[in-house]
Design a protein around this ligand. Structure first.
Ligand code: KG4
Ligand code: ZN
Length: 341
């Protein structure tokens, strides 16, 4: 079964064709990151306009690269939530029009569920149930992936996502947008024990996260140093920040896996490209005898292949939509209310 996936939730216009949820036939991404860089972050209005310009050529290329025509497609999967509303609307409107015109099923995909599905494209042996750690610029969540379409949140961030923390600290350190990658590179030159950074302490759910305190601490440290004309070794600060985030993500995920009896862990989302996060979780999984699944770096960030992969499983589960499908800036995962207070 061939699914065409479309993704436009942030600053990547993407389309891909995936066979049976597992095999990538094409994967096209038009990134706007270069353009948003001069503003230090994504400018939503600009993102929407670029999506409008890019979507037709990107979808066209995805079909051509796969060597198929629209008639060969069995369903059209699209990210409908969460994300920048104007950006999402471009993909959703385009997918609706395409599905109607070609008389194909329209399949709504939640962006976070899509990130988790990136692992299906790289690991033929991965099958639910397993524990997912999904970490991106907008989300940080530990979820039980009970079957391909049933997610139950175990813990999530109460404020900033880990990616947001990376990006805002990176900006204060003088790195260009998107900063996570630059922190990662600087961290490889730095000493992670140089700074003692705070760890969040919270009441309630032990698997929840909080990264805003860490972000504020790092930003204040840099601003203070600037005011008193002191220099900060950003390689050391980046290494310390990365270790703090990687350790927190790892400790909570391993604790949740032990408590819930999971031995398979799937890491995904933009921050899963981080070398510190990958190696910390890899080491902890090895020590505990767990199997860790991670996407290749190219499938960690936003792409449409992961949307097509999740779209395949949604379609098999009967999750389709009609022309009333709307984009939503925020939307909980299916089954969310089961676990959350
Ligand atoms: O999944 P994604 O592409 O978009 C969202 O759904 O948010 O994730 C983007 C986030 C950004 O915060 C970016 O800085 C971060 O992933 N990121 C990284 C790395 N590569 C991307 N963070 C740390 N280290 C990296 N190597
Ligand atoms: Zn994403």
């Amino acid at each position: 079964m061939l699914i065409l996936g479309i993704e436009s939730s942030c600053d990547e216009t993407a389309a891909a064709v995936v066979e049976d949820g597992r095999k990538i036939l094409s994967n096209v991404i038009a990134s706007q990151a270069q353009e948003h860089m001069q503003y230090g972050g994504v400018v939503p209005e600009l993102a929407s306009r670029r999506h409008c310009e890019n979507i037709l050529p990107v979808v066209d290329k995805a079909l051509k690269d796969a060597g198929i025509s629209l008639e060969d497609v069995d369903g059209i999967a699209v990210t409908y939530a969460p994300g920048l509303i104007g950006a999402l609307l471009v993909g959703v409107s385009f997918a609706k029009g395409l599905a109607m015109m070609a008389d194909k099923p329209l399949i709504p995909v939640h962006h976070t569920e899509g990130h988790a599905a990136a692992n299906y494209l790289a690991h033929a042996g991965l099958k639910p149930p397993y524990l997912g750690l999904i970490v991106s610029g907008g989300h940080t969540r530990i979820a039980e992936i009970l079957d391909y379409t049933t997610f139950r949140t175990v813990g999530k961030t109460r404020d900033d996502a880990a990616g947001e923390c990376f990006d805002k600290c990176a900006r204060a350190m003088g790195f260009p947008y998107p900063g996570g990658l630059h922190v990662d590179r600087a961290a490889q030159r730095g000493d992670a024990s140089a700074f003692r950074l705070p760890k969040s302490k919270m009441d309630g759910n032990p698997y929840d996260f909080s990264f805003s305190g860490l972000k504020t601490y790092v930003v204040n440290l840099l601003h203070h140093a600037e005011q008193v004309h002191e220099s900060v070794n950003t390689d050391d600060l980046a290494a310390s920040l990365q270790k703090d985030i990687a350790d927190t993500l790892t400790e909570k995920t391993i604790a949740a896996a032990k408590a819930l009896g999971y031995t398979q862990i799937g890491l995904s989302g933009g921050v899963s490209a981080n070398s510190g996060v990958r190696s910390a979780l890899e080491q902890a999984c090895r020590e505990n005898g767990f199997t860790l699944y991670m996407p290749p770096i190219a499938l960690c960030g936003d792409n449409a292949a992961m949307i097509a992969a999740q779209g395949y499983y949604n379609y098999l589960a009967g999750i389709t939509a009609d022309e009333s499908l709307n984009a939503m800036a925020s939307k909980e995962l299916r089954g969310e209310s089961v676990q959350q207070a």
